[in-house]
Design a protein around this ligand. Structure first.
Ligand code: ZN
Length: 325
């Protein structure tokens, strides 16, 4: 099942209200029908190329000291697991021993290394688990008084043992903008951190007390020297590396002038639809991966799927440039 991103559709029911009830997580942890997603040092346990949903019988009978449990969700129809399966995240302590219990063929992997092989259900679970695991890893102590905190509310709140203050997983908003200019061309940027032929949209963090729209205008002016005349919001994507929420915009400008900042952005280039598709196919331009909101923004402008070298494509299924998705 494919769910384009961004989309309001979900394959999970997080049970947000129910999971905070006393004993909810503890009851799930006694159920043999639950399935367990295991994280260690920011990576998920994979099983034969898919996210691992371990039978609890495959886990050590007693969790390692320092293990954190989080209720993730019930799987919904279409996820791939039986409808209603309870999913629990088990975050292992940093020093987790020899992990000899890990099933043969299973191994830990980072999201970026496996994202292209995951189905939509695995992506949704992986991203949720990554976000909450990252938060637990960095919030063992209270930001107010430095006292130790404990995990409560099925892993969705930490409370300070000293002053009783309550702390919740944080998300940092960031903006990502596809710039459309004269002749309906798109301006893509090459970042110093990338190969010289990779191009993508421009992104940056929203500052404290700043709206997403103003952040978009500011970031575009700073990084590529373009003055945007208008914006339209497209949608968002959770990107927990470590805790971002990407707010995707189309940004429009009447000027074709652009100036890379030479700090983050090495170069910019305007593409027509025909140029971009041709340059991608001949290898002169790499574009963001298909699970990213950056790719979604570029393909919104393009009006369909952009084909890459090696794609098995029936020419009759190609979407004409300019068509509405
Ligand atoms: Zn405190």
């Amino acid at each position: 099942m494919t769910i384009p991103s961004p989309s309001p559709e979900t394959l999970l029911d997080r049970q947000c209200e129910q999971r905070s009830e006393p004993g909810y997580l503890e009851a799930v942890l006694k159920s043999a029908a639950r399935r367990v997603v295991v994280f260690h040092r920011g990576k998920a346990l994979m099983d034969a190329g898919s996210l691992g949903y371990l039978d609890p019988a495959a886990l050590p009978a007693e969790p390692l000291a320092g293990t954190t449990h989080v209720y993730l969700a019930k799987a919904l129809a279409g996820h791939g697991l039986p409808n209603g399966t309870d999913l629990v995240l088990q975050v292992l302590p940093y020093d987790a021993g020899d992990l000899a219990w890990v099933p043969t063929g299973a191994d830990f992997a980072g999201y970026r290394d496996v994202a292209s092989t995951l189905n939509a259900g695995d992506v949704e679970v992986f991203i949720e688990a990554q976000a909450v695991a990252n938060w637990h890893a960095t919030h063992a102590f209270c930001p107010r008084c430095g006292g130790p905190t404990e995990s409560l509310c099925a892993g969705w709140m930490r409370r300070c043992d000293k002053d009783g203050s309550e702390h919740f997983p944080r998300t940092d908003p960031a903006v990502i903008v596809a710039i459309v200019g004269p002749d309906d061309k798109i301006l893509l940027a090459n970042n110093f951190a990338w190969e010289p032929n990779k191009y993508s949209t421009v992104a940056g963090f929203v500052e404290a007390g700043e709206s997403g729209e103003r952040a978009a205008v500011r970031e575009i002016a700073e990084e590529v020297g373009v003055v945007l005349d208008s914006l339209s919001y497209v949608g968002s994507q959770a990107w927990p590396f470590p805790r971002s929420l990407m707010l995707g915009f189309m940004g429009y400008t009447k000027s074709s002038a652009s100036t890379p900042d030479n700090v983050e952005v090495r170069a910019t280039r305007w593409f027509s639809r025909e140029e971009l598709q041709a340059e991608v196919l001949n290898g002169n331009a790499g574009i963001p991966g298909r699970l990213s909101i950056a790719r979604e923004l570029v393909e919104r402008w393009y009006g369909g799927c952009i084909n890459e070298p090696g794609d098995a494509v029936d020419a009759a299924e190609l979407v004409a440039p300019g068509a509405t998705l």
